[in-house]
Ligand binder design. Structure first.
Ligand code: ATP
Ligand code: MG
Length: 569
């Protein structure tokens, strides 16, 4: 770290700007790039975006907003074998969903292939690039180690004419994959391994999702990345720490193709790591292709689309990104912090509704058969604007099986024979008995209700306090539903950090529990994908995208409280 950056970090407390904001403000003060702030988010379209990308997105787009600048979306699509338009589309959808807008149309590195080729020719002409006939394995062997210098290739001193001829023939398709590469001629003894004559082009007879079959040589990411930033006029190229060692190479390429004063300035921040989560796209792809999950948008995936399907909100993810901030040192964030941000947001916005996940029938023996009434209930006590709605009540209801206990201890404040509880927004009921089948399973619970205790009716009796309040739905009116309860996908805090064990060995076999005999209040019959609810006493839930009017499906977004924190104590 240079002195300047250190000072910037030290003054963080005072200014409460993150170190990148401090750099930008300093640049603005010095009128660097005429005061322009231009960032970009540069994904490689080889997978769906994950929560780590969300951090980078929030950072880049928010900086542009904050400093009246611009933020590009650029697809760094230099590897045709792994890329696909499905990924391009999902990336655009996810960024929009997060609430950000890129400047103009998306950019593609593949649009620069011709320009990058021309610059490669220029570097050859200047004696700064050469064609190497050796195999990738041999080249790797000659790289040396961080402490021993590399070995120069026997092809390093080819003439400019020969290099130009070979490079043109590489492009023309005269050679097979792997037969030749173009390398930058820098320094095989450089202490920075990335500067030891890195590859610029490889031969790949592969179809590209945008350029089709026009090319059979493709630029390496390291050759294309810095120049793409340069072409777009990016002022602050913000990326994760692992690219810090690539920075001299990006600068070498840009300064050897142009002599303009302007150059993109790269700054590195610590990538987001989350406990109980893997975040490499390669591993996420493996979870999908090997069917450990139902797809990229499986609600257990740390992808943006998975979180969306699970019921996370864009606000909560943005708020999470803000809370964790940007640092210069790698660390691991506890996944419960993310869950906390979700709860905080949903607590303010999610309507409260009633659902019973493990139903047992409750019969009010003194309530007239065939009678129904509608009870008024608050939509969200946290939101004064949200108003009330009416829910149906009748003689036969469902309550949660675990809310009844036959021989209950004194402190059991739910339903047990001889004690009273309140049915939420309804009446106080006295539990009489449980009815059982021949095997001793409880099939019904019988209660009597006290008609004078109706909630909100204003009578003295209605104000009577009882210890427990239970949620319920009216059996006749309720809609049947499937509810999916998710747990963490891995039962290890750092599943991909074990040297001897593969991350797949830590998959939590109980991460999905499907409850297919649930009942929800009738207002949920018309709910749509990504609607959010708090199921009273149960947690936050969201309507799944596969829901239909015939088959209602809800995902549990997050429990009401952090049960893991409790378990750890
Ligand atoms: P992965 O390692 O998951 O495959 P990647 O870095 O190869 O991710 P890219 O598509 O190249 O994926 O990433 C686009 C941008 O997102 C890059 O600027 C990268 O630095 C940033 N990014 C990727 N992962 C994280 C993370 N965990 N935290 C913060 N930013 C990230
Ligand atoms: Mg990458």
């Amino acid at each position: 770290m240079d002195n300047k950056t250190m000072n910037e970090e030290n003054t963080k407390e005072v200014k409460s700007l993150n170190f990148i904001q401090q750099i930008i403000e300093e640049d603005l003060k010095n009128n660097v790039n005429d005061g322009r702030v231009h960032t970009r988010f540069p994904p490689e379209p080889n997978g769906y975006l994950h929560i780590g990308h969300a951090k980078a997105i929030c950072l880049n787009f928010s900086l542009a907003q904050q400093y009246q600048g611009k933020c590009n979306l650029r697809f760094d699509d230099t590897n045709p074998v792994k890329e696909d338009t499905e990924y391009v589309d999902s990336i655009m959808e996810d960024i929009k969903w997060l609430g950000f807008k890129w400047d103009g149309d998306p950019y593609y590195t593949s649009d620069y292939f011709e320009q990058l080729y021309d610059w490669a020719v220029k570097l050859i002409k200047d004696g700064k690039a050469y064609v190497d006939d050796q195999s990738a394995a041999v080249i790797a062997e000659q790289k040396g180690t961080p402490t021993t210098p590399g070995t120069e290739s026997p092809f390093r001193n080819r003439s400019v004419e020969e290099n130009l001829d070979l490079f043109a023939r590489m492009r023309a398709g005269e050679f097979q994959n792997g037969e030749k590469v173009l390398r930058a001629k820098i320094d095989m003894a450089s202490p920075n391994m990335h500067m030891r004559d890195p590859l610029m082009y490889r031969i790949l007879h592969a179809h590209h999702h945008r350029t089709g079959d026009a090319w059979c040589i493709y630029p390496m990411y390291d050759y294309a990345h810095g120049e793409s930033d340069y072409l777009e006029g990016i002022t602050h190229s913000i990326c994760t720490l692992e690219f810090e060692v690539h920075r001299p190479l990006y600068e070498w390429f840009v300064s050897n193709i142009t002599d303009t004063e302007y150059q993109p300035k790269q700054r590195e921040f610590a990538r987001l790591n989350l406990s109980y989560t893997v975040m490499s796209k390669r591993k996420l792809l493996q979870l999908v292709t090997e069917k450990h999950v139902s797809g990229w948008d499986d609600p257990r995936m740390p992808t943006i689309s998975g979180f969306r399907r699970r019921g996370y909100t864009p606000e909560s993810i943005r708020n999470f990104a803000d809370t964790i901030g940007v640092a210069k040192r790698n660390n691991v964030i506890d996944v419960s912090l993310l869950e906390h941000c979700i709860r905080e947001d949903l607590n303010k916005t999610a309507p409260r509704v009633m659902a019973v996940l493990d139903p047992v029938k409750l019969v009010l023996t003194n309530y007239p058969e065939g009678q129904e009434e509608f009870l008024s209930i608050e939509n969200n006590p946290e939101d004064p604007e949200s108003g009330t709605r009416e829910i149906p009540f009748s003689r036969e209801l469902y309550i949660e099986r675990e809310d009844f206990m036959e021989d209950a201890p004194k402190k059991f404040f739910r339903m047990t024979p001889g004690r009273e509880v309140r049915l939420k927004a309804g009446y106080i009921v006295m539990c009489e008995k449980a009815v059982k089948d021949a095997d001793g399973n409880i099939t019904e619970i019988h209660c009597t209700y006290d008609p004078l205790t109706k909630s909100g009716s204003g009578t003295e009796e209605s104000k009577r306090k009882v210890k427990g309040t239970l949620h319920w739905v009216s059996a006749r009116h309720a809609a049947k539903a499937e509810v999916r309860i998710y747990d963490r996908l891995f039962n290890d805090e750092a599943p991909d950090s074990h040297k001897e064990k593969d991350f797949l060995e830590f998959i939590n076999e109980d991460s999905l529990q499907i409850l297919d005999n649930c009942y929800v209040e009738p207002s949920l019959k018309n709910s749509k994908a990504e609607d959010h609810f708090q199921f009273t006493r149960l947690g936050y839930f969201s309507t799944d995208k596969d829901t239909t009017t015939d088959r209602l499906i809800f995902n549990r977004t997050v429990s009401l409280k952090d049960s893991w924190a409790k378990a750890k104590k």
